[in-house]
Structure formats: structure tokens, C-alpha cells
Design a protein around this ligand. Structure first.
Ligand SMILES: Nc1nc2c(c(=O)[nH]1)N[C@H]1C(S)=C(S)[C@@H](COP(=O)(O)OP(=O)(O)OC[C@H]3O[C@@H](n4cnc5c(=O)[nH]c(N)nc54)[C@H](O)[C@@H]3O)O[C@H]1N2
Ligand SMILES: Nc1nc2c(c(=O)[nH]1)N[C@H]1C(S)=C(S)[C@@H](COP(=O)(O)OP(=O)(O)OC[C@H]3O[C@@H](n4cnc5c(=O)[nH]c(N)nc54)[C@H](O)[C@@H]3O)O[C@H]1N2
Ligand code: SF4
Ligand SMILES: [Mo]
Length: 751
């Protein structure tokens, strides 16, 4: 099979409500036949949030391929291009095999004792001099649950710093925020099987054919089946999803909130509202109705530059289909008014009561494979178990569980978000920054600033990765990490399905699992509980998982039903029921909710008193917001709106996918996409190299025409050279604090 040319693979069409047929995809190294494989080891793919179940092929102690798991409810055997080629081929290539330490400005190989002692000495000195606020932790959406929970406890109960976040801030902080604002807690309402059952599917700022290829294969099998669901796609580019759509709305980047207010207005005006559901299960209808009133199709058309009739058709599909599934992703989360716009998708579903029912619901998508666990376990700064930092009873629960003084656990202010952590490092109040499983020197906005911060003399940077990256090159200590397949752990996909990933092979050289590294740090630091016993009472991944189960008990993400034994064999298993909120009861009770919410326009927090006074008691919030124009508008100097995102063949900063020959060959270099009209106006043809410049910086890349609407250009952000993030500004959403990667203004000229 060639998943480069044929990204989604052979169709297996089926009828609504019937099981998605099995199709097993497999890839083995050249010269390795199925009979050569010594064993197949159970796992799931870690190259996107879909979390496809797979088995890892092992021969002579090496990983030699992968195969989809036919039994898995997520993928029924399928794997996409990244899963097939990218998940395993990087393992043997130019890995970090020993720790590195900077001496006289140069990174040199060293042993673990020297490296860890240097980390611990700096940590202890700073704690003594400046206290916990000198420490910042910037982690990932790509470690395992056990690793996040361990890191979370170290940060909160060992050090006691609020400065911990994941790159999930760049990724799905808005998903979490929108779920909290509308429903009271994080937790994905819908499930994958809703694709098999829906009558209409809405993709909001989501290029699913490129970014969850197996999920899209599932959609294609409905689209080509006998009872095709209708498809509406909201994206300024003509993505493959847009090409397949019944209605493609291509708003100008940054105008999602106006478009959604327009859709809500039409749904209300035509009486497509389930009044009984709204009255019993929601709060805030009158304010929502009043807020969306000015957004007539004509007004919206003017702001978003879409055809008013297309908006009407989209609203009618939403209003008149029995079962509607919506997905939301970066075109919303990384754009202007991110949380506000994502909440309006929740509002559409609440208005019709289309949530928690077979074939109906919302997927506020994840992107990274384990981002859900970063959020659940508190490695994104939130308190573990979707606990509310502003609720003293929740802090007490954790203090009792960990046997520490509640005052150690930082809860005097909201947890510090990643963009603020970088700001503190820039200003010099954070002097110890531990980066794990992320490559900020490519993935954060305004890269010249990020490089400047990482190079600062008075900032001690620890970087923990499997490869040398643009980030490890700027670190003071580099810790070599084991990858997926070289360690054991669990993770939870975009539909709450938990998979166990077993260790298939030994890590190379002296590389160690992130769990072992964190445990070693805790041990050397001597973190203790109130009785003088070690703070961390587990020594391996299963022990960490069991400790986490206790922490999650009674919370919305309750894992107590799951165990390593239950997760072995068969399919991954969701936490909670298949769909959340089937009864229309939401986790909004004041004593239970994860957050008291915010004003969507300004980000101002709701006080606990005001929250309680609204008596949500299980009802969802219909939160409204006006459209506000984006801060950056095209000008004579920077006439184009620039947006950034993904290509199907690469994962992020390419540390794995550029080491997979098939993927690297398919997309070796960056480019800029623009509309044929804009290209012609500048006298540009395909392949001409242009300089793209924003107020932050510039890149030189060849032009590809097509896909973009006039006035908008697009760059993939995967490449560490001519990197898209040289262009992006340091701006974020007021509620979720997610950076605005999808919106800058640029000028373009031929070089
Ligand atoms: N192949 C591949 N797959 C991946 C990844 C990868 O790197 N490569 N990464 C994974 C991760 S971590 C994530 S977060 C997901 C991301 O998955 P997606 O969100 O699907 O990917 P993006 O390309 O970032 O953005 C999606 C779309 O947003 C559109 N867009 C830009 N601005 C706006 C706007 O203002 N409004 C609207 N409506 N749309 C806009 C862009 O045109 C783009 O097509 O993918 C996951 N899957
Ligand atoms: N302009 C622009 N910028 C963006 C985006 C965009 O759309 N546009 N998208 C944003 C989004 S959604 C995301 S998710 C981020 C992604 O940005 P990053 O997280 O920086 O990207 P990755 O390349 O996935 O980096 C993960 C690193 O972890 C390493 N790694 C993998 N597995 C392990 C492990 O088990 N242990 C350890 N220690 N290391 C491991 C990899 O080698 C790699 O270096 O980029 C963000 N930046
Ligand atoms: S869809 Fe995502 S999880 Fe599935 S094989 Fe592709 S990259 Fe891996
Ligand atoms: Mo992401």
C-alpha cells in the first residue's frame, strides 16, 4: 500500500448505524516479511489525537514496523501516512544516547549523575535564593499520563510553583476552555461512533483530511455510503474537506465569531430551537438571543466575505438534520476570539439539544496524542482531576491525597500560562526552565524572541528530548529520552479512549523514560510528604497509573474503572460513558465544576460568589459574545492576512517524520500558498521564490497557488528553517491564553 499517494486508503462504505468495516493496514521494514516478526506488541499511534490502536512489530530487539488493530473501536485496523511510516522509523536514527552538558559554551556528552546533579544543584540553589517562583516547567501533549501526573505532583507539591504548562497551551487550551465555559468541566461529549450515525457533519477550522486522516477515512466511508451525511466546512482555504463539502464557508481569518453569531441568529429566527431542552438544561438564552440579533446574513457576509445564501444553507442543514456532529480545531482555537467562537459551536448544539445523543454532539478536538492527559493530570497548570484551583475544598482534597500542607499547592492565583512563563523567563524572574517533549524554538510565535530568551545567561534551561533539536541546541543540560515503544504508559485520545502502550524494545544507549527521569529528580531533590515519607510513592508506570486512578476518583474524569489489565488485549476503552451528558446534566454545580468561567470578550474571571448566585446546578451555559475585529488588519505595508498550519505528511517540527524517508520525500521543504488571483497580481508563478515578511521577521519560500482565498496566504509551520513562526506575533486569546498562530499580516515580494 502507498499511503503517500493514497492518503486515506481503499474505501469501505457503509450505511448509517452499521459498524464501520475493518481494514487492517500494515507496514514492515524493507526485507522483513510477516513471518520474520518475533512479536507484536500492543500500543496506539502517537502522531495525532485520533489515537489509532496499533501493534508494534519487533525483530531481534528492534522495531521493524506497525499494524493497525482490527479490534480497536477508534480505527478498526487503519493507519494513516504518519502512523504507517512516521511512528517507528525515526527510532534508530541519530538519537540522543547520553546526557549533554554545556561547558564553556559547548554541549558535551556526560553521564547521568553529572547531568542530574547539575540540574538538582541549580534547582536547590534557586529554591534557597528565590523560592519556588524561580522554577518553570514547559511540557508537552506527547508524554504519557503517568509522566504528566508525576510531573504535576512534583511541580505542585514538591516545588510548589504555579509556573507549569504544556505546549497544549498552543494546541487545545481553547478546547479545554470552551468545554469549561459551556459545560463546567473539560471532557469530550461525543465519540467516534457518532460519525457512523450522524446526518450532518460540521468541521469548524478543522482540516481533518490532513490532520486526522483515519478519522477522515471514516467520514469518507459515510460520504460514499448509501445515506451520505451532509457536510459543512468552515475554513478560509479550499482544503480536501472543503472540496467534499455541501457548503463551504470561507470566512476571512479572524472572523469566526461573526459567522457563528450569524448561524445562531438564523437557527433562532427559524424556530429550530428545542425550547424544552433549553429551559430545562441551560442558562443564558435571552442574552444569547439579544447578542446575535444584529448578525443578519448580510451583515455577516460583509464582515466574513461569505455569500449570505451559503450562510442560510449551512444554518438550514444545522437546523433541520436529526443528528449533527461538529468538530472544532485550530482554525478556531488559534484564531481571533478563539474561546468565544468555540463556545458558539457548543451553543448551537445546546439550542437544539443535540448533545449526548447517538450521532449528535461536539468534539472540541485535541491535536496531540496525549494532550487530554496533560489537562487531566495537571501538567498544564490546572489542578489534577479537573479540580478547580479557585475552590479551597478541591485543594484540600489534593493535599490530603498527597499528604502535604494545602499551602504548598499553589492556588492563590490562576496557574501561569505558557506565554506568561516565557515572559517571566524573559524578564528574569524564572531562572530555571525545564522543557520536556516539545521544541519551542520552532513551535512558539516570534522565534527571534524565543531564541533570545533561551540564550539568556541567567536562565538555566533543561531540555528533555529523544533527538537534538533547535531547542536542545540552546539548552544548558540535555536529557536523552526514550520514545514511544521504548517505554510503557497510557494515553487518552480525542474521544476519551484510553490506550495502553507497552514497551516493545529497550531505549538506545543511556536514554531513559521521562517517568524515570522525573522520578530520579524527585528522589535526588528529596521531596517528602508531611510524615517525612517520599512524596512520590510509585516507582513504575503501573504504580503511577494506580496513583492517578485514586486522584481521579469521583471527578468527571474518573479512571477508577480502568486498569492496565483491563486495557490489555482488545480495544482501547473510554473513561466515562460512550457519550457524556446524555441526561442533559452538566458538571456545573459550584462545588464540582472545574472553573467558574470568564467573560468571553475580556477574559475577566467570574467570582465564586457570582457563579454560585447563578445557581447553575447541572445546567449548561449559553455564553454569548459580540464580534470584535482582529487587532491586526491588512494595511498598505502588510497587505496580506497570513495563516499557518499543517501538511498531511509532517508532524509538527518533524523530529520523527523527517526521519521517515517516504514522508520526508513527500514534503522536504517549506512553501507559501496563495490564491491564483493574488499570485497573478504580483506576477508570480508556481515555484517562484518569494520573501514573506511580517513586523516580526521574514522567510524565503517558493509559491504554490491554489487552496487560499484572495487576500490570504498560508504557510506550513513544520520546518525549523525558513520557519513560519519567524512571522507570527506574541498575542493570545483572553480566555484560553492560546496564541494566535492563525493571524498575522505580511507583505510578499519576489526574490
Ligand atoms: N499531518 C499532521 N496531522 C496532525 C498534526 C501535524 O502536525 N501534521 N498535528 C496534530 C495537532 S497537535 C493538531 S493541534 C491538529 C491540528 O489540526 P487542524 O486544526 O486541522 O490543522 P491546521 O492546519 O493547524 O488548521 C486547520 C485549518 O484552519 C484554517 N484556518 C486558519 N485560520 C482560520 C480562521 O480564522 N477561521 C477558520 N474557520 N479557519 C481558519 C486553515 O486554513 C487550516 O486549514 O493536527 C494534528 N494532526
Ligand atoms: N505557526 C504555527 N505554530 C504552531 C502551530 C501552528 O498551527 N502554526 N501549532 C501549534 C500546535 S497545535 C502544537 S501542538 C505545537 C507543537 O509543537 P512542538 O511540541 O514543539 O512540536 P513537536 O515537533 O511535536 O515537538 C515535540 C518534541 O518532543 C520530542 N518527543 C517525542 N516523544 C517524546 C518523548 O516520549 N519524550 C520526550 N522527552 N520527547 C519526546 C520530539 O522529538 C520533539 O522534539 O506547535 C504549535 N505551533
Ligand atoms: S490518524 Fe493520527 S493516530 Fe491514526 S495513524 Fe494517523 S497519525 Fe496516527
Ligand atoms: Mo496541536
Amino acid at each position: 500500500m502507498d499511503r503517500i499517494a493514497d492518503v486515506w486508503g481503499a474505501r469501505t462504505p457503509h450505511e448509517r448505524g452499521t459498524h464501520w468495516p475493518v481494514r487492517v493496514d500494515q507496514e514492515l521494514a524493507d526485507g522483513v516479511g510477516e513471518s520474520d516478526v518475533d512479536r507484536w506488541v500492543q500500543s496506539a499511534c502517537v502522531l495525532c489525537s485520533n489515537g489509532c490502536g496499533c501493534d508494534i512489530a519487533v525483530k531481534d530487539g528492534r522495531i521493524v514496523g506497525v499494524r493497525g488493530r482490527a479490534d480497536d473501536l477508534v480505527n478498526r485496523g487503519r493507519l494513516g501516512p504518519k502512523g504507517l511510516y512516521g511512528s517507528w522509523q525515526a527510532h534508530g536514527k541519530d538519537r540522543l544516547t547520553t546526557p549533554l552538558i554545556r561547558r564553556n559554551g559547548v554541549l558535551e556528552e556526560t553521564d547521568w549523575d553529572t547531568a542530574m546533579n547539575a540540574v538538582v544543584r541549580r534547582s536547590q540553589d534557586l529554591l534557597a535564593e528565590d523560592g519556588p517562583l524561580s522554577h518553570g516547567f514547559y511540557t508537552s501533549g506527547q508524554l504519557f499520563l503517568e509522566e504528566y501526573y508525576t510531573l504535576g505532583v512534583i511541580g505542585k507539591a514538591g516545588i510548589g510553583t504555579p509556573h507549569m504548562d504544556g505546549n497544549t497551551r498552543l494546541c487545545t487550551a481553547t478546547a479545554a476552555a470552551a468545554l469549561k465555559e459551556s459545560f463546567g468541566s473539560d471532557g469530550q461529549p461525543a465519540c467516534h461512533a457518532d460519525i457512523d450515525l450522524c446526518d450532518a457533519l460540521f468541521l469548524y477550522g478543522h482540516n481533518m483530511p490532513a490532520t486526522q486522516t483515519v478519522m477522515w477515512a471514516r467520514v469518507l466511508d459515510r460520504i460514499e455510503g448509501p445515506d451520505r451525511p451532509r457536510l459543512v466546512v468552515v475554513d478560509p482555504r479550499t482544503t480536501p474537506a472543503a472540496e467534499a463539502a455541501d457548503v463551504h464557508l470561507a470566512p476571512l481569518p479572524g472572523t469566526n465569531q461573526a459567522l457563528l453569531n450569524g448561524l445562531l441568529r438564523l437557527v433562532i429566527e427559524h424556530g429550530w430551537v428545542d425550547r424544552e431542552y433549553v429551559d430545562r438544561h441551560t442558562l443564558g438564552f435571552d442574552e444569547l438571543e439579544a447578542t446575535v440579533e444584529p448578525y443578519t446574513p448580510e451583515h455577516v457576509a460583509e464582515i466574513c466575505r461569505v455569500a449570505p445564501d451559503d450562510l442560510r444553507r449551512a444554518a438550514e442543514i444545522f437546523g433541520t438534520s436529526d443528528r449533527v456532529l461538529s468538530t472544532v480545531l485550530q482554525g478556531f482555537y488559534q484564531s481571533h476570539q478563539a474561546t468565544a467562537a468555540a463556545c458558539q459551536v457548543n451553543n448551537l448544539h445546546l439550542l437544539r439539544g443535540l448533545i449526548g445523543r447517538p450521532g449528535s454532539g461536539v468534539l472540541q478536538m485535541n491535536g496531540q496524542p496525549t494532550a487530554q492527559n496533560t489537562r487531566e493530570c495537571g501538567a498544564d497548570g490546572d489542578l489534577p482531576g479537573f479540580r478547580n484551583w479557585d475552590n479551597p475544598a478541591h485543594v484540600e482534597e489534593l493535599a490530603a491525597l498527597w499528604n502535604v500542607d494545602p499551602l504548598t499547592i499553589p492556588h492563590w492565583a490562576p496557574p501561569t500560562h505558557a506565554m506568561q512563563i516565557w515572559r517571566y523567563a524573559e524578564q528574569g524572574s524564572i531562572r530555571f526552565l525545564w522543557i520536556s517533549a516539545t521544541n519551542p524554538a520552532v513551535s512558539l510565535p516570534d522565534l527571534s524572541r524565543i531564541r533570545r530568551i533561551l540564550r539568556q545567561e541567567n536562565l538555566f534551561v533543561v531540555a528533555q528530548d529523544a533527538f537534538r533539536t533547535e531547542t536542545t541546541d540552546l539548552a544548558d543540560v540535555v536529557l536523552p529520552a526514550a520514545l514511544w515503544g521504548e517505554k510503557q504508559g497510557t494515553f487518552t485520545n480525542l474521544s476519551r479512549v484510553v490506550h495502553l502502550s507497552e514497551q516493545a524494545v529497550a531505549p538506545p544507549g543511556e536514554a531513559r523514560s521521562d517517568l524515570d527521569i522525573f522520578l530520579d529528580y524527585a528522589h535526588r531533590m528529596g521531596f517528602r510528604d508531611r510524615d517525612g515519607a517520599p512524596l512520590l510513592k510509585w516507582k513504575d508506570s503501573e504504580g503511577a497509573f494506580d496513583a492517578w486512578r485514586e486522584c481521579s476518583r469521583g471527578r468527571p474524569c474518573d479512571y477508577t474503572d480502568l486498569s492496565y489489565d483491563r486495557l490489555r488485549g482488545g480495544s482501547g476503552i473510554p473513561w466515562g460513558p460512550e457519550r457524556l451528558y446524555a441526561e442533559g446534566v452538566f458538571p456545573t454545580a459550584a462545588g464540582y465544576c472545574e472553573d467558574y468561567g470568564h467573560d468571553l470578550l475580556t477574559g475577566a474571571s467570574t467570582t465564586p460568589t457570582d457563579y454560585r448566585a447563578r445557581r447553575p446546578d447541572g445546567r449548561a451555559f449559553l455564553k454569548a459574545a459580540e464580534y470584535a475585529p482582529p487587532p491586526d488588519q491588512p494595511s498598505d505595508e502588510y497587505p496580506f492576512l497570513c495563516t499557518t498550519g499543517r501538511s498531511v505528511y509532517h508532524f509538527h517540527t518533524r523530529t520523527k517524520t523527517r526521519r521517515a524517508p517516504e514522508l520526508e520525500k513527500a514534503a522536504p521543504d517549506p512553501w507559501v500558498e496563495m490564491s491564483p488571483g493574488d499570485a497573478a497580481a504580483l506576477g508570480l508563478a508556481d515555484g517562484d521564490v518569494v520573501r514573506v515578511e511580517s513586523a516580526q521577521g521574514g522567510v524565503e519560500v517558493p509559491v504554490r497557488t491554489g487552496r487560499c482565498r484572495d487576500g490570504v496566504v498560508f504557510l506550513p509551520f513544520h520546518y525549523g528553517f525558513q520557519a513560519a513562526n519567524e512571522l507570527t506575533p506574541t498575542e493570545w486569546d483572553p480566555v484560553s491564553k492560546q496564541p494566535l498562530f492563525k493571524l498575522s499580516t505580511v507583505r510578499i515580494r519576489k526574490v
